[in-house]
Design a protein around this ligand. Structure first.
Ligand code: GAL
Length: 381
């Protein structure tokens, strides 16, 4: 077992829930692994393949063990783990701290050590741990610590990803459970309204930091309203909105779990999800916390500022209003005054262009729900 955090930077991967709901199978997971390797998603950093709810039998076996549904996973879970490992991926699985999962399958309550041992035996590398059907008298904190302890003693490195939707002041105690990611919001839906709501609530709580990352939920980019999940699939978003969604998740350092069908994803979505400049901001080794800088005269637009290793800054300009907007950032608000004799050299991460060196301020015109993300270097003038 290693002493380092399993994921020193926010983890990246794919999760079955948003698009496939309960329609999951060995075939789907193996085909997804093949497609992700072929399309360069693995080499871009998307290494976890996460099987969400609905993978098990409806009841435990006679020894009280969880078993994979043989209709969905005819060769069992170890076979799937071996398959994805051989391709270079890690396997994630879903469980729940209550007596049932959210979709009604057996939960891990009072089976924590038994289930952790089972997951280790199968070769699981990541556990998403949900919050449904739990005894009302036991705080989330205790139930998460239980599974955290079981995982730490199961003989295998398994990344612990808690999902209790940001309730019960989770930010105050989550690090004590051994979790390395925690969901901070309700479930995402494939709509701009949902993206906006999650982003705004996340920006209110700038607490993601090395060792434990604030999870804004599975990406909806590329779903275009086509998911089989009635809880997640709405009308879909525009390409512009998916770009802003991905830029927000990347800048804010959320885990990046792809939620669309990667086998049939459009080229523009593949290009977005593998954008090197955005991913280097996301995977920056300092995992710096973002702050929000105001742009004057527009309450629905703002800039996110993230310090990067080596003195650079990521600046994300976001227009949440329903009309195009001109956004101006005064460098004074970043700590860069005119007398410093310094300016900022901008690199445009979305267009891969270099607009040059700017002093005192930078302006950009953005469409409704649009964004501009820049990597900026502080330079002498
Ligand atoms: C929810 C969770 C979703 C998904 C679902 C499965 O609680 O937030 O991401 O895992 O349960 O039933």
């Amino acid at each position: 077992m290693q002493n380092q955090p399993l994921s020193p930077v926010p983890p990246m991967g794919w999760n079955s829930w948003n698009t496939f709901y309960d329609q999951i199978s060995e075939e789907l997971i193996c085909e997804t692994a093949d497609a992700m390797a072929d399309k360069g998603l693995l080499s871009a950093g998307y290494e976890y393949l996460i099987i969400d709810d609905c993978w098990s039998m409806r009841e435990r076996d006679q020894q009280g063990n969880l078993t994979a549904d043989p209709e969905k996973f005819p060769h069992g879970m170890k076979y799937v783990a071996d398959y994805v490992h051989a391709k270079g991926f890690k396997l994630g699985l879903y469980a729940c701290c209550g007596v049932r999962t959210c979709a009604g399958y057996p939960g891990s309550f009072e089976h924590e050590f038994q289930d952790a041992a089972q997951f280790a035996e199968w070769g699981v590398d990541y556990l998403k741990y949900d919050n449904c059907h739990r005894p009302a008298s036991i705080p989330s904190e205790i139930l998460c610590r239980r599974m955290g302890m079981a995982l730490r003693n199961c003989g295998r490195d398994i990344l612990f990803a808690v999902c209790q939707w940001g309730t019960e002041n989770v930010r105050e105690w989550i690090r004590s459970t051994g979790a390395q990611t925690f969901r901070s919001t309700v479930d995402i839906q494939d709509s701009w309204k949902s993206i906006e709501k999650i982003a705004l609530s996340r920006i209110e709580h700038p607490c993601s930091a090395p060792g434990c990352f604030d999870d804004m939920d599975i990406l909806v980019a590329g779903m275009y309203g086509r998911g089989m999940n009635p809880e997640t699939s709405m009308g879909g978003c525009t390409e512009e909105e998916y770009r802003t969604h991905f830029a927000l998740w990347a800048t804010l350092g959320s885990p990046l779990m792809i939620g669309c069908d990667v086998r049939t994803m459009p080229e523009e979505i593949l290009a977005l999800l593998t954008n090197r400049d955005l991913l280097s901001i996301h995977q920056d080794p300092e995992c710096g916390s973002c702050y929000k800088a105001a742009v004057y005269g527009n309450p629905d637009a703002f800039v996110l500022v993230k310090p990067l290793r080596g003195g650079d800054y990521a600046l994300g300009f976001f227009n949440f209003s329903d009309v195009p907007a001109n956004l101006t950032l005064n460098f004074w608000d970043l700590g860069l005054s005119a007398v410093s004799g310094r300016g900022l050299r901008f690199h445009d991460c979305l267009s891969n262009q270099d607009p040059g060196i700017f002093t005192e301020q930078f302006s950009v015109k953005l469409p409704s729900h649009g964004c501009g993300v820049y990597r900026c270097q502080v330079v002498g003038l």
